[in-house]
Design a protein around this ligand. Structure first.
Ligand SMILES: [Zn+2]
Length: 569
């Protein structure tokens, strides 16, 4: 392959420019009717055909039969100005990025007044026109304001707003756009046919997505794929590897894990993403796109989503329908928010892998804090307040208070009432808990610590969000003794971040504050943890301490209540 695809398939007439009909049709009409102008401005994103169109415009203007939208292709000018041709003395291309100097502009101004060598018009194509310095722009302005009849300017720029207004106002402005995926895909398929290389289903959409709507980028990527094609053409796997794209299987694994609230698998998948050399940012971006696709599938169901996501193979479509059903509308929307926000934060982040893990951790967090789990955690807070305070008559006489939440079980407002009643009675234990570590030595077994965990996490969140993010979805209490509390974190990456960021000190303080015991924090990797399955939550909340003397009357009642709520599920 000697010639890059984007050069090889560069158009020589407006009819072959793809995806810019809003520009090429009126330009062709102007050429047809002879209503041409002396200065044009072609603006738009890179790689969308601005420079190619400027050359086509020059060719159309200078054809012996011109101005015409259908240059003859036979005359000297047409031959000179064909794509990849030798060029014409009368069509002068300047790159303002390198010709931004005043002297060059003055030179251009002086030469512009000489008649064209052999063509109808002397045409200046000024690329990256926004980079013209003020001096150069002013030197040009004279010619643009009062051009000799044989001079035509075509300015091309990605940033039309930066072109000085006095020049811009004298141009006819044609905004180019990114090429829509369907049109770009059809174009790429045509080129694959012309090149005689077959590509597997799913490859073209990958190229289209990688290009972001730029024809030049798309052809550059496609050229690389075709160059590496085997006897059977370009396979999907090869495309994935060459493009550094997220393997669909990895993406499916991640989404499936989210659907199952399976933190262990999700973080293992991130491990695989990193190990196979994928860019965490790219993976996050792909994950966001997938969530978007799932939202479409979720909203439109069968046929309609087929029409919109028509480049997705049938089996993949089926898998996505399944995923959308399992995750549900509200969770999809929430996951999209989290992923989009995370992607923004990832720009310039020094630890993109950590960010990816945090994003996934947040997505896994149970939605909201209402319902039974919220109720249980509030009851536990009550219980804990009693645990921390020394056994007192207030604690023993608590049935009247705990009866209140029982009556109002299941109502969101009721949980608020419990909360407020807790707040009223809280001051005494809160004040005492500062000195609690000295007074309550080693009274907590692991079940009590696990029940306290959600509130410890809440307390951590107030202290430092990073620590909270590392713990909230992927950690739990493994062991406790006289010296230390051992925390298991689901993967090595999060564990290492935990240690490096000295999050152990944050967590230690949170334990002191919430449950009133002061222990060193040990942190180990425990990939078997799945803290988010309903079963795990249930175990955590219903596990009774082995030593019932630890429980106050209020705690016993609260635990009974919790068990009833679980039963009534
Ligand atoms: Zn011609």
């Amino acid at each position: 392959m000697s010639l890059a695809l984007y050069r090889k398939y560069r158009p020589s007439v407006f009819a072959d420019v793809i995806g810019q009909e809003h520009v090429t049709v009126p330009l062709s009409n102007a050429l047809e009717s002879g209503r041409t102008h002396h200065a044009y401005l072609f603006s738009g994103p890179r790689g969308c055909g601005k420079t190619s169109s400027a050359r086509i415009m020059a060719r159309s203007l200078n054809c012996v039969n011109g101005p015409t939208p259908n240059p003859c292709g036979e005359c000297q000018s047409c031959k000179d100005l064909v794509a990849n041709g030798p060029g014409s003395l009368d069509v002068i291309e300047l790159d303002a990025a390198t010709h931004g100097l005043v002297d060059d502009a003055r030179d251009l101004r002086d030469k512009a007044f000489f008649a064209p060598v052999q063509s109808r018009y002397k045409i200046y194509i000024i690329d990256e026109a926004h980079q013209l310095g003020p001096g150069a722009a002013n030197a040009l302005l004279k010619v643009v304001e009062e051009p000799p009849p044989h001079v035509i300017f075509i300015f091309a720029t990605t940033e039309p707003d930066k072109l000085i207004a006095t020049i811009r106002s004298r141009t006819h402005h044609y905004p180019f756009r990114l090429v829509p995926p369907g049109i770009l895909a059809a174009h790429l398929e045509k080129i694959c046919n012309l090149e005689g290389v077959s590509v597997a289903k799913g490859v073209i959409p990958l190229v289209v997505r990688a290009s972001g709507g730029s024809v030049r980028d798309a052809l550059s990527v496609l050229g690389q794929l075709l160059a590496g094609a085997g006897k059977d053409g370009v396979s999907y796997e090869i495309a994935i590897q060459l493009l550094g794209f997220t393997d669909g299987a990895l993406l499916d694994d991640a989404i499936d894990a989210i659907a199952a609230h399976d933190g262990a698998t999700l973080f293992k998948t991130i491990d695989r993403v990193i190990e196979s050399g994928h860019d965490p940012r790219r993976f996050t971006s792909d994950m966001l796109e997938r969530i978007r696709d799932l939202m479409i599938v979720d909203a439109l169901k069968d046929s309609a989503s087929n029409a919109i996501l028509r480049d997705i193979p049938d089996d993949q479509m089926e898998r996505m329908r399944n995923q959308a059903n399992r995750i549900g509308t509200a969770n999809l929307s929430r996951a999209a928010d989290i992923a989009a926000e995370g992607l923004t934060q990832m720009r310039g982040a020094t630890a993109p892998r950590l960010m990816l893990e945090l994003i996934c951790g947040r997505i896994l967090l149970p939605i909201g804090d209402n319902g039974e789990s919220g109720m249980l955690s509030r009851i536990e807070r009550l219980e804990r307040a009693e645990n921390i305070a020394p056994m007192s008559s207030a604690a023993v006489s608590s049935p009247a208070r705990t009866a209140e939440p029982k009556e109002t079980t299941g109502s969101a407002h009721a949980t608020g009432e419990i909360n407020s009643s807790k707040v009223e009675e809280a001051p005494t234990p809160v004040k005492e808990k500062e000195s609690a570590p000295a007074h309550v030595p080693g009274n907590f077994d692991i079940a009590a610590l696990r029940r306290a965990w959600p509130d410890v996490i809440e307390d951590v969140k107030k202290r430092r969000r990073l620590t909270w993010s590392l713990l909230s979805a992927s950690a739990q209490v493994l062991a406790v003794d006289d010296k230390a509390i051992t925390i298991g974190i689901v993967n090595a990456g999060a564990r290492d971040s935990f240690v490096r960021s000295e999050s152990d000190e944050i967590l230690r303080k949170a334990f002191v504050d919430v449950v009133g015991i002061d222990r060193k924090i040990e942190c180990v990797v425990d990939p078997s943890i799945d803290t988010n399955t309903p079963a795990a939550r249930e175990t955590r909340t219903s596990e009774a301490p082995t030593d019932k003397t630890l429980l106050t009357g209020a705690a016993l009642l609260a635990q009974e209540l919790g068990a009833k709520i679980i039963e009534s599920k």
